[in-house]
Design a protein around this ligand. Sequence first.
Ligand code: IMP
Ligand code: MG
Length: 369
Amino acid sequence: MIKLHDLYFKPFISAQEIDAAVQNMVDAIALELGDEMPVFIGILNGSFMLVSDFVKKYPKPCEVTFIKLASYEGVKSTEDIQRLIGLTQDLTGRTVVILEDIIDSGNTLEEVHRIFKNENVKQLLIATLFYKPESYDKDFKLHYVGMEIPNKFIVGYGLDYNGLGRGLPDVYQLKTTQHMTNLVLFGPPGAGKGTQANFLKEKYNLVHISTGDVFRYNIKNETALGMLAKSFMDKGELVPDQVTIDMLNKEVEKNAGANGFIFDGFPRTNAQAKALDILMDSKDSQINAMVALEVDDEVLVKRLLERGKTSGRADDADESIIRNRIKEYYTKTAILKNYYSDQNKYFGVDGVGSIEDITVRLSAVIDKL
Ligand code: IMP
Ligand code: MG
């Protein structure tokens, strides 16, 4: 997957497939024209790469020139075609073959026909490497088509998105829906969240984003966001949600190719849950589930006291502190449980049993998402 400006694109047509399609066009045109010497006219900018490859393959003498038209803004074709460079030579009586990288709405092609209306050429043939039949609404004949493609925006092999992507040898298609599995993982202290997160990220190729780790990383590396967060913490204030969201956004963007994310330690409030939804939405994605490990209080207390004996963590040694942490967890997550339940996204999973058993239970939930 690649990112150009704000959009993600996935591999769509390989350089080899393009090469084969170009060769087919060359063969068909060379066969039809025989010894007639054509003038190939590339439509700039997009066609430069096609024209270069095409004429290198063309087996007979030919002439090459370009005209430059522009119609696209961003990822949309516009009606308004600008003639930036017109014809610069007399083509009376010549066989002209237009070489287009792509024909979409056909607006550009209409302009090409307008340009040639009074040129008295012998014949005007249209060749295009890519053709989007679903969006073509003109009647002009397309004499040679390399490949028909669905009506989705592509880049590469001369085609750009706002200036970027032209040099890519392969063609990429705009990613509109991302099939990601994004989980918000919850569990009271001692529920085995960390252990399970490690299994799940391996099994489903997810990226585990622990907010605590992200904070420590940003502060340690003195990133702009880390310094900003620290300035609040130094004053004893809570770090504003937007700062945390911005950090998470950076993590998500760093891992644009991931199958999904496991959010751990975030969100903690309704406002944060909403902010996370907005963030995922901006990535063409969503939170699929809040998965909460459910473990009986008594079991947790026992587990944590056990852990306290070896870990040396002070907060694992005192039973009343442990009970308090557990109580706090339930008070705080109740709100989120409601938030995600309302969207039918809350899944409680029995967290008592062997590690493998619990992984199996979690997988059963995730596999159905
Ligand atoms: P049309 O005028 O709508 O047929 O579009 C023709 C021009 O729009 C092409 O020459 C390209 O410059 C541009 N275009 C159309 N579809 C795409 C695409 O999927 N990616 C990049 N540019 C495109
Ligand atoms: Mg073009």
